[in-house]
Design a binder for this molecule. Structure first.
Ligand SMILES: CC(C)(COP(=O)(O)OP(=O)(O)OC[C@H]1O[C@@H](n2cnc3c(N)ncnc32)[C@H](O)[C@@H]1OP(=O)(O)O)[C@@H](O)C(=O)NCCC(=O)NCCS
Length: 146
């Protein structure tokens, strides 16, 4: 397994993983904006097959985890934790001393992962995410780096 940055040619594979894993996946436009901007999109792959992806934005000492996703077939094998570690190390290398993220309050898998990795809740964004015809709160978390 290795990490590498996403290329435009990875789009179809990444979108398939994203759409199968999320109820509200990122659009192709979201990935294109991240590729064109200052975000970093990292892929975990093995023998040419992409297993998951993660997106960070790092500036002025702060890192933001914008997306982390593991292919449904590869979940619960430690890969989400591996990607999270990689993104934290990468953020540290880019000068960040704190990581922020947001997660749906119903996303118990991701919440368990973040808590186990030392992230703490620092706030709630009310009615932040779409949920059918309604909205769902976002839990805002952070952890220091280094
Ligand atoms: C959240 C996600 C990235 C976790 O990836 P993963 O590879 O399945 O997770 P790991 O195997 O590394 O597990 C790490 C920890 O996460 C938690 N976890 C993962 N899946 C879980 C589940 N189904 N139920 C409960 N806890 C879970 C556990 O604490 C687990 O540690 P453990 O195996 O020692 O109990 C993955 O479920 C995913 O891609 N979900 C869809 C996209 C998403 O919701 N991303 C997060 C957006 S904020």
């Amino acid at each position: 397994m290795k990490f590498r940055e996403m290329l435009a040619s990875d789009m179809d594979q990444v979108l398939t993983i994203e759409r199968n894993a999320y109820s509200h996946p990122w659009t192709e436009g979201s990935f294109r904006d991240s590729l064109a901007g200052n975000d970093e999109i990292w892929l975990l792959e093995t023998e040419g097959a992409i297993l998951g992806h993660g997106v960070i934005s790092v500036a002025v000492g702060e890192a933001h985890l914008l997306n982390i996703c593991v292919s449904v077939d590869s979940q619960r094998q430690g890969l989400g934790r591996l990607i999270l570690h990689y993104l934290l190390t990468r953020s540290e290398g880019l000068g960040a001393d704190i990581m922020f993220l947001e997660v749906r309050e119903s996303n118990s898998s991701a919440l368990a992962l973040y808590h186990s990795e030392g992230y703490q809740q620092i706030g709630v964004r009310k009615n932040y995410y779409p949920l059918g015809r309604e909205r769902e709160h976002a839990v805002v978390m952070s952890r220091s780096i280094g």
